[in-house]
Design a binder for this molecule. Structure first.
Ligand code: NAD
Length: 348
């Protein structure tokens, strides 16, 4: 039997859930509710049952779980009320804006004995999965540094994402995904954090940032979001002991280079404006093996499959609340570092 889900907030992401749930092998859509009449009308036009209020969803005994897909400042109340009404909950990212708020939500899940998980769906991004697999396999030797970035050139969307009170800004919007991905790849405690936010197109919230994370085992990560970048740098760049890898853009092949002979004979120098250099001269095929690889297959429906198994007590939620909490801790420290214009010593 498919588990029955209702979606609260039928904007861009609510409708995404609607489409996915309607095409799912494990979950079914009972209906949706949105405070905006035009989004109610939109859902109706698609033949979706629309509830007249959030309370009506909570009162519907057929609804087993609520999907919360509203702006970020409304998550806590909607999640806790759903849990207290005996529903399981999937909440959109960022789950909330502070660790303290998230702790209240987890407490509500615990006291009601319900599953509460967060839709960190970029755990199913093919580019991320390729990088994670590369680090775990050790194909290029021990990882040293990873760069995880997204570059766009259109500023931040002109909706609630530009408003601080509603949880706008790129740290909370994209940062939450990229930090989550990095913390799945590099697992050691973070001991140092530096973050610089940009305000090129928006004074109130950040429209981009550069976040450096330093891990106890010596690894580091650069996480970058830009919305004013008319030429984009690589989506991922990985530096390892025995090679490097990068993925230039969404859907592109992984480019790999593995050193086959560290010490080269007869290095041919390269000419630069200020003279020749051997240090920066590119390697040739004698000492470097260069190759490409297709991105792995993945299926976004696995999120709902895992959720259903978690509800049935067969599996742990793939997105663990302890992991979600750690990402929130990093975001809080990132904002503090930016505010103080300092590198912070941490243990996260
Ligand atoms: P949106 O503005 O397109 O949609 C939000 C909708 O919620 C609007 O239609 C609004 O009318 C409605 N709403 C607001 N308050 C409500 C309430 N109390 N009850 C019912 N409806 C209410 O925004 P969006 O892009 O869909 O983002 C919604 C959430 O989804 C955010 O938390 C966002 O970060 C997240 N999101 C996640 C992803 C992802 O990849 N996981 C992608 C986009 C957005």
């Amino acid at each position: 039997m498919k588990k029955k889900l209702a979606v609260v907030g039928y904007g861009g992401q609510g409708a995404w859930h609607g489409r996915k749930i309607q095409g799912s092998d494990v979950v079914a859509l009972t209906g949706s509710y949105d405070t905006a009449p035009e989004r109610q009308a939109f859902a109706k036009e698609l033949g979706i049952h629309t509830y007249e209020s959030f309370e009506e969803i909570l009162a519907d005994d057929t609804v087993e779980a609520v999907v919360v897909a509203t702006p970020n400042d409304s998550h806590k109340e909607l999640v806790i009320r759903s849990l207290d009404a005996g529903k399981h909950v999937i909440c959109e990212k960022p789950v909330e804006m502070s660790v303290a708020a998230f702790d209240e939500m987890v407490e509500a899940a615990n006291r009601n004995g319900k599953i509460f998980t967060v839709h960190q769906n970029r755990r199913w991004d093919a580019e991320y999965l390729a990088m994670k697999e590369l680090v775990e396999s050790g194909e290029l030797g021990e990882a040293i540094c990873i760069e995880n970035r997204v570059h766009g050139s259109r500023g931040i969307p002109g909706d609630w994402r530009g408003t601080k009170a509603q949880g706008g800004g790129m740290v909370l919007d994209w940062g939450v995904h990229l930090i989550d991905q990095v913390l799945q790849i590099f697992k050691a405690p973070i001991i140092r954090i530096n973050c610089v936010c940009t305000h090129i197109t928006n004074d109130e919230v950040d429209d981009g940032f550069k976040l450096s994370l330093y891990f106890e085992d010596g690894k580091s990560a650069l996480i970058e979001v830009g919305t004013h970048n008319f030429l984009a740098l690589s989506r991922f760049y990985l530096q390892c002991q025995d090679g490097s890898a990068k993925i230039d853009t969404w859907g592109a092949d992984v480019q790999l280079a593995r050193v086959t002979c560290w010490k080269e004979e007869n290095v041919v120098p390269i000419q630069t404006s200020a003279g020749i250099t051997k240090t920066m001269a590119p390697r040739n095929s004698v000492s470097l093996d260069e190759y490409t690889r297709k991105l792995p297959d993945r299926d976004a429906h696995d999120f709902y499959r895992n959720f259903c198994k978690a509800v049935d007590g067969i599996e742990e939620p793939v997105i663990r609340n302890s992991e979600v909490r750690r990402v929130l801790q990093v975001m809080e420290a990132a904002f503090e570092s930016d505010r103080k214009q300092q590198t912070l010593q941490v243990h996260i």
